[in-house]
Design a protein around this ligand. Structure first.
Ligand code: SAM
Length: 296
């Protein structure tokens, strides 16, 4: 790799150098940086080199990104290059599908005897995992008999997961939570709130790079929820991730992804759940279809 000097006003990255970093990032992290984000990549590399007091990309690559500590530094870089934008109850049609169809179908099928385990893949700072937990807990409380559940959130970003584990958010974010679910938040100082302890106890977080998905230990899941994450990967890789996720579902378990995040993908083990506004599938092998999504 050619050395690149870093003058104060920017990194000097010619086309070949840019292409080399795009290839490296894709190989090591799966993340694709399109040409339109060239400035973004350069800026983030420059900031990272300044933090490490380095002046050459070559040294950064050879001394920080290879060897035993290389994986940690790649994770830092991915953290800088991905966006952790998220909200509570971000895609309400998907959550309505969960509340009004997936949970009732699960109760009809199991009587609540099996634990309902949900996985929020690419959960960023935890809002998605807690939104799932709120919807499931609210349903479980009303169900007779009540049932046990757990939610796991995973992300590649260590800093994002630290926020998720703290479960503390700025108070102005509370309005993202629909009024009927605000019982799950508690005041925390003057300008923050914290998620209720009982809900936190049912929600755990783990660091996982989707590139390592074949080695992750999740199985027997009732729900996998993966939104706004696949966008970081090329189409073939998105489909390979989804095929791996399907293996983690129980028969009858459901996969909800972001509308439009994959268009052609099909998996023979899945049937599409009929919904106009949510993109969801159910793993075959359990009796009884999920009713059409009349909530949309
Ligand atoms: C835009 S956020 C989406 C958060 C949430 N799913 C939502 O829809 O609100 C995308 C998340 O994907 C995570 N991500 C990106 N590449 C990843 C990878 N290779 N493995 C795991 N997570 C990844 C990022 O760290 C980021 O937190």
């Amino acid at each position: 790799m050619n050395p690149a000097v870093l003058p104060g006003d920017g990194i000097v990255m010619d086309d070949a150098e840019f292409d080399r970093w795009v290839r490296l990032l894709e190989q090591r992290t799966g993340v694709v940086v399109p040409h339109s984000r060239r400035q973004f990549l350069e800026t983030n590399l420059r900031l990272r080199l300044a933090e490490l007091k380095l002046v050459s990309l070559e040294r950064y690559h050879d001394e920080w990104l290879v060897g035993p500590n290389g994986a940690r530094e790649w994770a830092v870089l991915v953290d800088r290059l991905t966006i952790h934008e998220t909200r509570f109850f971000r895609h309400t049609p998907s959550l309505a599908l969960l509340r009004e169809h997936i949970l009732p179908a699960y109760m009809a099928r199991t009587g609540g005897r099996q634990e309902f385990h949900a996985w929020s893949v690419g959960c960023a700072t935890g809002e998605e995992a807690f939104s799932l937990a709120m919807v499931i807990d609210d349903y479980a409380r009303r169900a007779r008999p009540r049932f046990r559940f757990a939610v796991t959130g995973s992300d590649v970003s260590g800093p994002a997961l630290k926020v998720a584990e703290s479960a503390v958010y700025a108070v102005d974010r509370e309005r993202e939570i629909p009024a009927g679910y605000r019982d799950y938040s508690r005041a925390h100082g003057v300008d923050e709130f914290v998620i209720d302890a009982a809900l936190r106890a049912r929600t755990r977080f783990a660091q996982l790079n989707l590139l390592d998905i074949e080695r992750q230990p999740m199985s027997g899941l009732e729900l996998i929820y993966c939104q706004n994450v696949l966008i970081y990967f090329p189409r073939a890789r998105r489909e390979a991730f989804l095929d791996q996720l399907v293996k983690c579902l129980r028969p009858g378990g459901c996969l909800i992804i972001g509308p439009g995040e994959v268009t052609q993908w099909r998996n023979p083990q899945l049937e599409r759940i009929d919904s106009r506004r949510a993109l969801a599938f159910r793993r075959r092998g359990a009796s009884g279809p999920i009713a059409e999504d009349s909530s949309t």
